[in-house]
Design a protein around this ligand. Structure first.
Ligand SMILES: Nc1ncnc2c1ncn2[C@@H]1O[C@H](COP(=O)(O)OP(=O)(O)OP(=O)(O)O)[C@@H](O)[C@H]1O
Length: 301
């Protein structure tokens, strides 16, 4: 099941259509980056997912619950940081965590678990007023507050914005740990392509309110292929998803199959498609860096 499923979301401010028919999903345990130039519509989309603003049309489902018809259950499965993390700066880190713990009826054991996960298991840090925290510590604390209720889905608007390199690395490690240990799925927006490259499993590109394309992020032990088929793309996608060497299979808007496969399995993929009488027109191994892809998508013609 997809942790997040958005279908045909649209939103206008006044007469201007800002979000145009946006559909996207985040699978269980997946980290998806939302990338695009300033004003593309990232924050507006994230605000609709977190129910801060309402779309004009479209649907949003979180952990299987419809955000508009089963609002409480949908929101109970999600947490997020949009724009500024909502911290009480005159309280200590621990008091901030305890505030949410009591408000949401979270156990003390869970509070302790979260403190350890976010690396604040240190008396001095826990009892320090948040206004004296570094930005990196504030971000980690804010993530901790999100995690107290064990959400299945986390939404982060430019989480590394303003952080120094150490803060960026620590935050990335924390997000990776959260996904591994707590099985949360994450959708985050970012302008930091280097970070996106390291953290995301998949990248969704938005421009002028429309999703332009999406790409699977290559990991060290895998290759990415773009396969152009004569027809039967849906069937091919279903067949390849059953192969254990295919970690991700996405059917793109343009009908091209975008595949992440463990290194050394191209022959098996081709053989499987051949056995199912699916004709390949072209196959290309992706070599572009994220920066090249970004430039080719967003630079004006
Ligand atoms: N409340 C609002 N009223 C009118 N226009 C708005 C409002 N909020 C956002 N916009 C406009 O919607 C467009 C998309 O804004 P949004 O903040 O979603 O972009 P973004 O992709 O998050 O940009 P950035 O990378 O700069 O954060 C922009 O043109 C913005 O000016």
């Amino acid at each position: 099941m997809n942790t997040l499923e958005i279908k045909n979301l649209s939103k206008s401010f006044g007469k201007t259509r800002i979000i145009k028919d946006v559909s996207l999903h985040v699978s269980e345990g997946e980290i998806v980056a939302f990338v695009g130039p300033n004003g593309a519509g990232k924050t507006t989309t994230l605000k609709m997912i977190t129910n801060l603003i309402w779309p004009d049309s479209g649907s949003i489902t979180i952990a299987g619950y419809d955000l508009f018809k089963q609002r409480e259950m949908a929101l109970a499965n999600m947490a997020g940081i949009i724009e500024n993390p909502g911290l009480y700066t005159n309280l200590t880190g621990l008091e901030n965590l305890q505030f949410i713990q009591k408000l949401r009826g979270v156990s003390k054991a869970r509070l302790q678990e979260v403190i350890e996960l976010i690396g604040l298991n240190d008396k001095e840090k826990l009892h320090r007023k948040v206004r004296r925290y570094s930005l990196g510590m504030k971000q980690r604390l804010a993530l901790g507050m999100c995690l107290l209720t064990k959400p299945k889905f986390l939404i982060l608007d430019e989480p590394t914005n303003g952080l120094d390199p150490t803060g960026v690395i620590e935050l990335r490690q924390l997000i990776e740990k959260m996904v591994k240990e707590e099985n949360v799925s994450v959708l985050f927006s970012s302008h930091m392509l280097g970070e996106v490259e390291k953290l995301a499993d998949r990248i969704v590109y938005i421009k002028e309110g429309s999703i332009i394309t999406e790409r699977i992020q290559q990991k060290e032990d895998s290759n990415i292929y773009n396969i152009h088929l004569e027809n039967q793309e849906e069937k091919a996608a279903q067949i390849l998803r059953k192969l254990s060497c295919c970690k991700q299979v996405e059917l793109q808007v343009d009908g091209i199959l975008h595949i992440e496969a463990e290194v050394g399995n191209l022959n098996l993929i081709l053989k499987t498609l051949g056995e199912n009488a699916i004709t390949i027109i072209d196959i290309e191994k992706e070599k572009q860096s994220l920066e090249d892809i970004y430039r080719s998508i967003f630079t004006e013609d």
